[in-house]
Design a binder for this molecule. Structure first.
Ligand code: SAM
Length: 250
């Protein structure tokens, strides 16, 4: 079922939902990396590679400015920095996630410019970025349409938006297997390891409620992105979306 933004349990407006999401990520931050790779059997690494490939051209431009939004503990950010000739900044509204990202960057010898800020209201000038990547963060935003319009505002005309997000497997077999995994296994293991039952009940539920890939593509088109397209990954468990900021007014 499509929704206009995430709706965590017990929240009734966008402000409450945003606070709930930030608090939840703060609680699971210390165990986030461990659980992420464990629960995805490391398949997430190939998904992140696909995202990097989609941004290959902009990464090769020495003067480009790229924002990895909802960067969390920095896995995509550090991969981008590793590949980029351009300048890559990470942003997230959850302080403990950024602290981990900063430590990981230091360990790998990178200087990671990190910005604490809300994706719904970016502290950036209009037309100032060449690309934005968002990996597994978009689903948690409180208003998808408003977020896309905010991303469009800060991108230069012709700038690229790439969103990697969970999706909905179209095939019955994959859908059933993944439904069991995300509805039963993931909440059980996630809550055991992280100590947060709420978080690992919310995460699969937010995937279930997230719009199908076709719907998100149409939202991107309506928000002023052209060439909006998506590729389903691993039978549709995830989808890689991208689009280019059009210069027409929306
Ligand atoms: C599932 S994690 C993904 C982290 C990272 N991109 C990755 O691929 O591992 C989602 C991240 O989105 C961040 N986030 C959610 N809503 C946000 C918002 N409104 N503004 C900024 N960051 C947000 C959370 O704090 C969290 O770090």
């Amino acid at each position: 079922m499509a929704s206009t933004g995430t709706t965590p349990p017990g929240t009734s407006d966008e402000k409450q939902a945003s606070r709930w999401v930030r608090q939840m990520f703060s609680e699971i931050a210390p165990k986030y990396d461990l659980l992420n790779h464990l629960l995805s059997f490391n398949i997430d690494r190939s998904w992140r590679k696909a995202l990097l490939k989609r941004l290959r051209d902009v990464l090769a431009e020495p003067d480009a400015r790229i924002l990895d939004l909802c960067c969390g503990t920095g896995d995509v950010l550090l991969d981008l920095q590793h590949k980029a000739k351009s300048r890559v900044i990470g942003a997230d509204f959850c302080h403990p996630m950024l602290v981990t990202a900063g430590k990981k960057a230091q360990e790998r010898g990178f200087r990671a410019p990190l910005m604490e800020g809300d994706a719904m209201e970016l502290p950036l000038a209009n037309d100032s970025l060449d690309a934005i990547s968002v990996a597994f963060g978009f689903r948690n935003l409180v208003n998808y349409d408003a977020a896309l319009r905010e991303f469009r505002r800060v991108l230069k005309p012709g700038g690229t938006l790439a969103i990697l997000e969970f999706s909905h497997p179209p095939g019955v077999l994959m859908r059933t297997a993944y439904g069991f995994y995300s509805g039963v296994v993931l909440p059980a293991v996630g809550s055991l390891v992280s100590g947060s039952r709420e978080a690992y009940a919310y995460l699969p539920e937010s995937v279930r409620k997230f719009p199908k890939a076709e719907v998100l593509r149409d939202m991107m088109l309506s928000a002023g992105f052209e060439a909006a397209r998506f590729d389903l990954l691993t039978g549709g468990i995830a989808a890689l979306h991208s689009g280019v900021k059009s210069s027409r007014r929306v």
